[in-house]
Design a binder for this molecule. Structure first.
Ligand code: GUN
Length: 295
């Protein structure tokens, strides 16, 4: 038996189409501001994609590209100006910030109504209290793919592997919101493999290449792999390739469905960011939220 390959790229494309359709029905144009500090190549690629897809969906893109030696106070001043700008609906500060800049302080400056990354204390608090708010993008993408594959998640045992603030913790809370029974396992957990074997949905999010093996998986389970790890390529010496936290080839023989890396959870993050921008614009500008964005 070989697991169904969950096509995150196709789902993300469909979601971007739904966002585009939603935007076309709005009485005004939502806008997303992206703040990039420094020249980190990976961040430049991410931001380039965010800008491209924002425009493709019919939204306005506002870009602030700043040199690596920009001071924290200058970044904060830009975030405050974007908070005050009535034409800006969403603010994203690309992480990581260059050394010496306190990302917690900068993120905390984002007004919660414009926090389309869902990273502020206010957004995290709303999520943990079960109140409406902007939810973090990658964890939301995980829930979307699991629901698309399995339908109603009520009563499913979801095991999240990792307790990071960006993915593990919010993913656990989002699966809880879907009425899952949720377990978080981490580096100090006893019998990790045994707990993972109890999962109907397993969400590895630790950044350890190919750590999850076939014998960690309950037969038929759905595996949503958040890991994106660059490792040396064996086929092409001197080159690298991307692998997940799950050992795809071995896990595939036991799981019922599995996201590939690349092409699984990765493309969902930006699609969810665009969706959050529409939701933020509608809430702040008191527009009716369009249909077609639910999951
Ligand atoms: N860097 C890598 N992924 C992300 C993300 O989802 N949001 C932000 N702000 N920075 C990132």
């Amino acid at each position: 038996m070989s697991a169904i390959k969950i096509d995150g790229r196709a789902y993300a494309e469909g979601l971007r189409d739904r966002v585009k359709t939603a935007v076309s029905t709005l009485p005004g144009q939502p806008s997303l501001a992206v703040v990039l500090v420094g020249e980190d190549p990976a961040s430049q690629v991410y931001v380039g994609s965010k800008v491209k897809f924002t425009k493709e969906c019919g939204m306005r893109s506002v870009e602030h590209k700043l040199p690596a030696n920009t001071s924290e106070d200058e970044v904060v001043a830009i975030v405050r100006a974007l908070n005050a700008d009535p034409e800006v609906d969403g603010i994203l500060v690309q992480l990581p910030l260059p050394k010496g800049l306190n990302s917690d302080r900068v993120i905390e400056e984002i007004h919660p109504d414009k926090d389309v990354d869902g990273l502020t204390e206010a957004s995290a608090g709303r999520l943990s209290l079960g109140k409406p708010g902007l939810r973090p993008c990658t964890p939301t993408g995980c829930v979307m793919l699991a629901k698309d594959q399995l339908g109603d998640l009520t009563g499913k045992h979801c095991v999240v592997l990792g307790r990071s603030i960006l993915v593990g913790k919010p993913a656990a809370l989002l699966f809880l919101e879907q009425n899952c029974t949720v377990t978080i396992v981490h580096s100090r957990t006893k019998n990790i493999e045994e707990v993972c074997r109890g999962a109907d949905i397993l969400v590895p999010a630790v950044g350890r290449p190919q750590m999850v093996k076939a014998d960690w998986i309950k037969p038929g389970a759905c595996v949503i792999d958040v890991g994106i790890n660059r490792v040396p390529s064996i086929k092409n010496p001197g080159k690298t390739r991307l692998v997940g936290d799950a050992d795809y080839k071995s896990v595939r023989s036991v799981a019922g469905s599995l996201t590939p890396v690349p092409g699984g959870v990765g493309p969902m993050t930006i699609a969810c960011l665009l969706r959050n921008t529409v939701i933020a614009a509608c809430a702040r500008r008191k527009w009716d939220t369009p249909t077609g964005l639910d999951f």
